[in-house]
Design a protein around this ligand. Structure first.
Ligand SMILES: [Zn+2]
Length: 438
């Protein structure tokens, strides 16, 4: 019986491609595995090169060795040079009868350009009121590139530029690797908290304490009332909700106790509570950040020359007025109590970037890179203090006048006011006389 060639060679009938069967035995067997190895090699090479390009040559991400050297306790990269600005430089009076603690409250109004302190009627009106003007000073800050929110917030809190802190965009925030004001406040036993967007909590998650006394509250409360993801979206309801949580934090009497950050609690035992030694107070925070978002939202939708942007600033000015009214009431009540006033409050009002006329930011236009920094402290007479680089908000030339200050300086100035070391990677500088003028 004659067998067909197909029966003699099992490979031939399985391979309809003639040219393959003509290549010879070993080639036929090795073709597919070789192809698989080459494809796999290309894929692995691509993954390897991607990882290398993401970590090594990219100047926005620091190599581990640099991060380690920046995080050495003694390596203070600031204009203070080798000297660390320590809590001992600004000691608090700790005797109970006369103790007055310093509380720093910072308002960060997302997207409000410097122009507003001169030309916005309500904002300018508040700053120009005699009682406010007497105890306040206005400065102008320039911000590093890119002029967008999250990189700018981190520069405020760490004092380092985006090329050092490594965050150049708003997407997918993670905890910042640099030292920051919240971390230093925590290290030195201060009470710090904030109200505002949850991205802040992501950025400073292990440095930022939750609100206490009044409980931890979701910052996005009532956010569902805002219309988002469309032209004309607003964050009005969200801002109102954050303001309300701030008022609650101010007006809820809470026990204030200094923290001992190095305490070993295992060796401690509970003692009977002596009610006369318990310090119950309003607004029991050494450092409080109050963040608002709607000015930026309206700027993106309608531009900074629109009435919508202006009305968002009016709404924030009203929140500031309510804050100052409540703070004044708290100070009055404390002042009339037998122990006298317990807190001296320093208020800073600033922004993260501005907006161009048609709306938007990110670039180098002066409208987006110039932001205000207003300091107010009741009874300080800051209004007449000799301070380098202060701006006259009644002089239109202040809009174009240059400034010696940048947003890096927020970290150093606030650290000095709080009496904690300046964040270790801070490039900020500060008029060293400033805290003593308050
Ligand atoms: Zn924006």
């Amino acid at each position: 019986m004659v067998q067909t060639p197909a029966m003699e060679t099992p490979i031939a009938p399985r391979s309809p491609r003639k040219h393959l069967s003509q290549m010879g035995g070993p080639c036929k067997r090795l073709y597919m595995p070789l192809l698989a190895i080459v494809v796999l090699g290309i894929m692995l090479g691509y993954v390897y090169l991607s990882l290398v390009s993401m970590t090594h040559p990219n100047p926005m991400i620091l190599p581990p060795k640099t991060i380690a050297s920046l995080n050495r306790v003694d390596a203070t990269h600031s204009s203070f040079g080798k000297k660390r600005l320590d809590i001992q430089d600004y000691p608090e009076d700790v005797s109970p009868a006369t103790a007055v603690r310093t509380r720093v409250v910072m308002f960060l109004l997302d997207g409000m350009h410097f122009d507003a302190v001169l030309n916005h009627p309500e904002m300018n009106g508040l700053l120009n009121e005699p009682s406010f003007k007497k105890d306040s000073a206005v400065f102008k800050l320039t911000i590093p590139m890119p002029s967008i929110s999250l990189p700018s917030w981190i520069t405020h809190m760490t004092g380092s530029s985006p090329q050092y802190h490594g965050v150049s965009g708003n997407s997918a925030p993670e905890e910042v690797i640099s030292d920051n004001l919240f971390r230093q406040a925590q290290n030195y036993g201060l009470r710090a908290a904030m109200t505002g967007d949850q991205d802040w909590r992501t950025l400073f998650t292990t440095s930022l304490q939750p609100l206490f006394g009044d409980g931890t509250r979701a910052p996005a409360l009532n956010a569902a009332l805002d219309e988002t993801h469309q032209r004309g979206h607003s964050f009005i309801a969200r801002d109102e909700s954050w303001a309300n949580i701030m008022y609650e934090a101010m007006l809820t009497p809470s026990v204030y106790s200094e923290r001992d950050p190095s305490a070993d609690w295992l060796d401690r035992e509970p003692q009977p509570i002596d009610p006369s030694s318990v310090d119950v107070t309003y607004f029991p925070y050494d450092f409080f950040l109050s963040y608002f978002e709607d000015i930026d939202g309206q700027g993106h939708s309608f531009g900074s020359s629109s009435s919508n942007y202006a009305s968002a600033i009016t709404k924030k000015t009203n929140i500031l007025r309510n804050f100052f009214e409540k703070l004044g009431q708290i100070d009055d009540i404390e002042g009339r109590s037998p122990e006298g006033q317990k807190w001296r409050t320093i208020v800073a009002i600033t922004a993260d970037h501005g907006h161009v006329d048609v709306g938007g930011h990110g670039g180098t236009a002066s409208q987006v890179t110039q932001i205000p920094l207003v300091f107010y402290c009741n009874g300080s007479n800051l209004g007449t203090a000799e301070l380098e680089g202060r701006m006259n908000i009644e002089d239109p030339l202040s809009l174009t006048r240059s400034t010696p200050y940048t947003s890096h300086d927020v970290s150093t100035t606030l650290a000095a006011l709080l009496g904690v070391p300046t964040p270790r990677q801070s490039e900020g500088k500060m008029n060293r006389n400033f805290p003593r003028k308050i």
